[in-house]
Design a protein around this ligand. Structure first.
Ligand code: NAP
Length: 459
């Protein structure tokens, strides 16, 4: 090995949620650790995902609160109205992201983890070249390597796709156009449809299938879809995009396969993400790639026993808390003498739309597929929450339990409504522990609340 090669016990590729968690935990167990990052420390979640998105969700929510204000006795003073300035919100969000980025760098330093800025490329199974922005390369070797480079948004294979934005681009905008077309019906499409609509943008959302959020409980997803349409999002289903073109008069137009044209100031392509493997030269190390992702075993090991992978690059459950737990489980098992595996059994999920949709366990459809329709039953409550009573507005909230008849076990717990994510996070403890419907019924209601309906549903 070359004399100028730096060496570590663990080299982590990627300073996102999974990589940072693994690096700090391994260092806390006494390992000498370095992290390679070509972009900003924090990864998708902190820099261009969960965190700035949620800040925009909070900002966009004011539209509804302000609209409701008169029904609560809050009247605007003449000539002293409020207007939305999305540019100001976007700038504030970027500043908060900068603050968090600095914090994460500080936390690495504090943990004794070396940060190697640059892009990683495997030389062989133990060595990696790190190329800095200035073009200098340094060679690093390690006993173990953890690949935690995450994913990137994809664009559909349509003409002019490069003219559209992906979600990363939205956080960099200096202003929002009057009208945006969103392609997709998944997490990102639904969340941004609500954010943009809340910030005053005229939103058209084009979904190629019959409803949004494939894989989610159908009743819950349908209620969210109807709620989004009611609040003014022009959400159309069964629409397939064909091309994006520039307009002579400025702006863009999106043409659909059926020949319809939507003019707008911007197109957001929210059509999925895939592992970011470009430039890694995994073949040089002999790391196996299947369907553009790195397969791993229950201990996060790749086909090579000293190279591991966690998070979106493995394309399993692509959520921040899952990546963090995978990173920590790897570090605890490998360096902390505390072998453990990640519990993928009951992972709660939320779509931060308006209203929120959150879920843990099986959807009604998945429960029927797994257990048969005679083996399960469904309990639900659907009503207008008290918070909206004075404003006399929708949408309704939905709380739903999917229960196995034989065992009485709650297989799935779903909610559409304000604070659904906060409520389902707690319900996930019960579902994860194997709670039965009788356990839910035995729990005293907390009145008046929306969540109390989960423990008062008739049998
Ligand atoms: P997604 O949830 O997989 O949704 C992709 C959407 O794009 C689907 O509606 C899909 O339709 C549609 N689509 C795919 N190719 C298309 C094409 N060629 N033309 C038209 N529509 C097309 O992906 P995402 O919303 O981009 O999010 C990516 C991942 O990020 C998620 O899976 C999740 O893991 C993570 N994420 C999580 C959160 C959260 O936890 N709140 C938020 C954002 C992102 P079909 O359903 O018909 O395939």
């Amino acid at each position: 090995m070359a004399a100028d090669t730096e060496s570590f016990d663990l080299l982590v590729l990627g300073a996102g949620s999974g990589g940072l968690a693994a690096a700090k935990r391994a260092a806390s167990h006494g390992a000498r650790v370095a992290v390679v990052e070509g972009d900003r420390v924090g990864g998708t979640c902190v820099i261009r995902g969960c965190v700035p998105k949620k800040l925009l969700v909070y900002g966009a929510a004011y539209r509804q609160w302000l609209a409701d204000a008169p029904s609560q006795g809050w009247l605007p003073l003449l000539g002293d109205g409020l207007r939305c300035d999305p540019a100001l919100l976007l700038e504030q969000v970027r500043r908060e992201v900068d603050r968090l980025n600095t914090l994460h760098i500080g936390w690495l330093e504090k943990a004794g983890v070396a940060l190697l800025p640059g892009w990683a490329r495997f030389i062989d199974a133990h060595r990696v070249a790190v190329r800095s922005q200035g073009g200098q390369e340094r060679l690093v070797s390690a006993d173990r390597i953890l690949i935690a480079v995450g994913g990137r948004p994809t664009r559909p294979a349509i003409a002019g796709a490069e003219l559209g934005w992906v979600s990363d681009d939205l956080f960099e905008l200096q202003a929002l156009p009057e009208r945006v077309v969103i392609v997709g019906g998944g997490f990102i499409a639904c969340e941004f449809a609500n954010i943009l609509q809340g910030l005053g943008v005229d939103v058209v959302q084009l979904v190629r299938s019959e409803r949004i959020l494939r894989g989610f409980d159908g009743e819950a997803a349908t209620l969210l879809q109807e709620s989004m349409q009611e609040c003014g999002i022009d959400l159309r289903t069964g629409v397939v995009p064909a091309a994006i073109e520039t307009e002579a008069a400025g702006g863009l137009s999106l043409r659909t396969a059926s020949g319809e044209t939507f003019r707008c100031g911007g197109v957001l392509l929210a059509t999925g993400r895939r592992p970011f493997l470009e430039g890694l030269d995994l073949a040089a190390a002999g790391v196996q790639v299947v369907d553009q992702r790195i397969p791993v075993d229950a201990n996060q090991a790749t086909n090579l026993p000293h190279i591991f992978a966690v998070g979106d690059v493995t394309d399993r459950i692509n959520l921040t808390p899952v990546a963090i737990d995978e990173g920590r489980a790897f570090a605890d098992s490998t360096y902390g003498n505390r072998p453990r595996q990640v519990n993928y059994g009951t992972v709660p999920v939320a779509v931060f739309s308006r209203p929120e949709l959150a879920t843990v366990g099986l959807s009604e459809e998945a429960a029927i597929e797994r257990h048969g329709s005679d083996a399960i039953r469904v309990h639900r409550a659907r009503f207008r929450p008290m918070a909206q009573a004075l404003a006399k507005r929708g949408p309704a909230v939905l709380l739903k339990l999917v229960v196995e008849n034989g065992s009485d076990r709650v297989l799935g717990c779903h909610m559409v409504g304000d604070h659904a994510a906060e409520i389902i996070q707690m319900a996930a403890i019960a579902v994860g522990m194997g709670a039965t419907k009788a356990d839910f019924d035995r729990t005293m209601a907390l009145h008046p609340s929306v969540a109390e309906e989960f423990v008062t549903m008739a049998n």
